[in-house]
Write a protein that binds this ligand. Structure first.
Ligand SMILES: [Zn+2]
Ligand SMILES: [Zn+2]
Length: 430
């Protein structure tokens, strides 16, 4: 028969969560106050487990939170409300599932890349005797401090490392210290001031996320989950891709902005954009969401954005977006069917013309890249080869095939194998 463990005693030091503190911030403070590293506290609270590099605001498990509640006397709901779980159903469906979350990028690392999901206001950190992290600082549409009216920072000003308080050295002010170089974030030089408009937009968005719904023109009351999904689609269009510049110009003109939006880099990994860039893009995205869907439709039409650019799978997008696109931005499919291509091929062959892609597109009148393989190759030469490492002009196809075979025999890729053979030949004939 198993022995039932006695009820655990409360830990000696049990700091209460501060007003709007995040879960990981409270976890750090609890660790330091008990003379532990956060990783040690994790192992004690969850016997046998290791913290590694998990994002604790997102991936704290039920057992961890229940054990922490048991040892600190703090209600589990109070702790959950400080984690990402508080945004489930408001911003994302379920944060415990793997995959990217909208508006909540990881803190520290995203797989093997840096991720700047933890932001701080240096003034707020300096203001409190015990610095702590606010839970709203994890939201990527939050870019400024409403109290100090300045931009947040999302990386160490000294070494550019992401802010990761869970991995700092033993220090009571650990959440204010860079985990990589030890720089005190409270000493960050003054960042830019935030415009009143941006702080108002941010406040509106936080309220929408907390209320769980908002008003969207003819669609009336809409769940915040749908609203933030549409805001994300809009934000992404502004941040990257072929329409970004044109959309940004449209927004800048309508907002009467003096500073061109071209000073925001066009990068694919939009989660890496710093608070300054995100603030400008959120301002633009928020403008396009106003008076829904009229501004959005006008901006898309001015930028030649149509349904195929906006909706990839009809079942995935919120109704307010899907219906808007269907009513105002729908473009008929220009895809050429296989039957049409077959008929065109038959016609060309009857005229003794080889049905190449060029001949077929001239006859049909539209391009059909997706079915290009149905056209005949107009070339009589042998295909050069398909291996991407194997493109050396002047090497015959027989030698290429033989070399690939030899490399495979030796368990090598073709590149290193060719390199080895060439080195050998050069050594013999210096
Ligand atoms: Zn502040
Ligand atoms: Zn640093």
């Amino acid at each position: 028969m198993l022995n039932v463990p006695p009820p655990s005693a409360l830990w000696h030091f049990r700091p209460q969560p501060i007003l709007d503190e995040s879960f990981s911030s409270w976890f750090c403070r609890t660790a330091w106050q008990n003379g532990l590293y956060p990783a040690d506290l994790y192992r004690i609270a969850l016997p046998g487990a290791r913290m590694h590099r998990i994002d604790l605001d997102r991936f704290a498990c039920d057992e961890l939170v229940e054990n922490l509640a048991q040892h600190t006397g703090i209600n589990t709901d109070t702790l959950w409300n400080r984690s990402f779980r508080a945004w489930d159903g408001q911003l994302n469906e379920d944060c415990s599932k793997h995959g990217k979350l909208l508006w909540l990028p990881p803190a520290g690392t995203d797989r093997t890349c840096k991720s700047f999901g933890q932001q701080v206001c240096p003034d707020c950190l300096r203001e409190h005797q015990t610095p702590y992290l606010k839970r709203h600082w994890r939201l990527s549409f939050v870019t400024g401090c409403t109290r100090h009216q300045r931009l947040l920072i999302d990386r160490c000003p000294e070494c550019s490392a992401p802010i990761q308080p869970l991995f700092t050295s033993a220090h009571s002010d650990s959440v204010a210290i860079c985990s990589k170089c030890g720089f005190d974030l409270r000493r960050t030089p003054q960042t830019s001031n935030c415009h009143h408009t941006d702080l108002t937009i941010q406040k509106d968005l936080i309220e929408t996320a907390e209320d769980g719904w908002t008003y969207m023109g003819k669609y009336s009351d809409v769940y915040s989950l749908s609203y933030f999904r549409i805001l994300w689609v809009t934000y992404r269009l502004l941040a990257t891709g072929q329409f970004a510049k044109s959309l940004r110009n449209w927004c800048s003109t309508h907002l009467g902005e003096a500073i061109p939006s071209s000073n925001i880099p066009l990068i694919k990994e939009i989660e890496l954009l710093n608070p300054r860039c995100r603030q400008a893009l959120v301002r633009h995205a928020h403008l396009l969401m106003q008076d829904w869907p009229h501004k959005f439709v006008a901006a898309c039409q001015a930028s030649n954005i149509s349904s195929k650019d906006l909706i990839k799978g009809y079942d995935k997008e919120p109704f307010a977006l899907w219906d808007t696109v269907r009513c105002h931005l729908h473009t008929p499919s220009t895809e050429t069917s296989a039957e049409v291509i077959d008929a065109a091929k038959r016609h060309l062959l009857s005229q003794d013309i080889c049905p190449t892609y060029k001949e077929l597109t001239q006859l049909i009148g539209i391009k059909f890249q997706a079915r290009r393989h149905m056209a005949e190759s107009g070339r009589n030469c042998i295909h050069y080869g398909v291996h991407r490492y194997w493109k050396l002009d002047g090497v015959s196809s027989e030698i290429r095939t033989a070399a690939k075979k030899a490399a495979r025999r030796e368990g090598e890729n073709i590149g290193p194998w060719v390199d080895k053979v060439l080195r050998l030949a050069l050594e013999q004939n210096p």
